[in-house]
Ligand binder design. Structure first.
Ligand code: 13P
Ligand code: SF4
Length: 309
């Protein structure tokens, strides 16, 4: 305990010395969320990163989120606790394949989920997050064919919500959310018959079909906090419980385990620790560094999304 207190103090001191802002995703460990200036979903963190005036952004999330922060605010130093904190969706979508698709189908509008590499963003027409994907696709003229990448479950959800027939969907998946099985949700519903279900749109269609609410991490939190119901089954990464328990401690939250780890944790998100956070603030490394030309190209589709509101 005394060690943790010292570490926390060290981080706060380094944060001040470095004029750093600490941004954390909802899937981070509670002790990291507690130190953060802002905790949010991927859209909120991108918006925040764009506005940061401090010299350093310490990004506690995964690599593509830190890349997005750097692209949106290129004169800041962006550091991460662990550069190997990746994302299975990014891995499922190599830029060479995206370029090959574009060459074959030049008339398609490319809508890329924010969970993509900077190189894929640079090839895209517009970016979306789990919070605004339906609005982003709806903003594209109906006659234009769309390629949605890389998340198959989010893509199918958006296709269903928008009723858009001319939409092709990449076959990528989040190995945390795509492995939440419907049968475990059925079991949870029979164990907790009074609970409402909130799920992230990266979950399979049969899980989403059983959900009372589908939304981004922050949207799930807001919905549970503001809903008059007292009990919820949550189908997303269990990091969201920290804010849920702070904002509505009187309510009950049950988490469904997936088949990939028999848990509901993203192993990449959980690679970040207080020790690594202290080290990245001290060493100003690992640092996100990207060619200026790549950032200029990747920024345009992100800004197109941010302009949509
Ligand atoms: P949010 O857009 O809800 O932050 O989700 C990002 C993510 O990686 C979900 O797995
Ligand atoms: Fe990527 Fe899934 Fe982890 Fe989110 S939960 S960062 S989509 S691997």
């Amino acid at each position: 305990m005394a060690v943790t207190t010292t570490l926390t103090e060290e981080i706060l001191e380094l944060k001040q010395q470095r004029k750093a802002i600490l941004l954390a995703h909802h899937y981070q460990e509670p002790e990291i969320q507690e130190l953060a200036d802002v905790v949010g979903d991927s859209l909120e963190l991108a918006r925040k990163a764009q506005q940061v005036e401090g010299e350093v952004i310490a990004f506690c999330g995964v690599w593509f989120m830190a890349e997005t922060a750097k692209i949106l605010n290129p004169t800041r130093i962006v550091v991460v606790p662990d550069k190997d904190a990746g994302c299975s969706l990014v891995d499922n979508c190599p830029v060479e394949k995206v370029r090959a698709f574009k060459q074959r189908y030049p008339d398609y509008v490319l809508v890329s989920y924010i969970n993509t590499s900077a190189a894929v963003k640079a090839e895209s027409d517009v970016i979306c997050t789990s919070r605004n994907a339906v609005d982003v696709v709806n903003s594209i003229p109906a006659e234009q064919p769309v390629l949605f990448l890389p998340d198959l479950n989010l893509g199918n959800y958006v296709k269903q919500k928008t009723g858009r027939a001319n939409m092709r969907i990449w076959q990528g998946a989040c190995f945390v959310h795509a492995t939440f099985p419907a049968r475990r949700l059925v079991k949870a519903r029979s164990e907790f018959p009074n609970a409402l279900v909130a799920a992230h749109p990266e979950c399979p269609a049969d899980v989403l079909a059983m959900a009372d609410f589908v939304g981004s991490t922050s949207a799930i939190i807001d919905w549970c906090v503001n809903h008059p119901a007292k009990e919820f089954i949550i189908v997303t990464e269990s990091g969201v419980q920290h804010t849920l328990r702070k904002r509505a401690p009187e309510k009950l939250y049950h988490f469904v385990a997936n088949e990939q780890c028999n848990c509901s944790e993203c192993p990449y998100m959980k690679m970040n620790t207080l020790e690594k956070l202290r080290d990245c603030l001290r060493d100003l490394a690992p640092r996100v560094e990207l060619p200026a030309e790549l950032m200029d190209r990747a920024r345009k589709p992100i800004e197109r999304m941010l302009a949509l509101r």
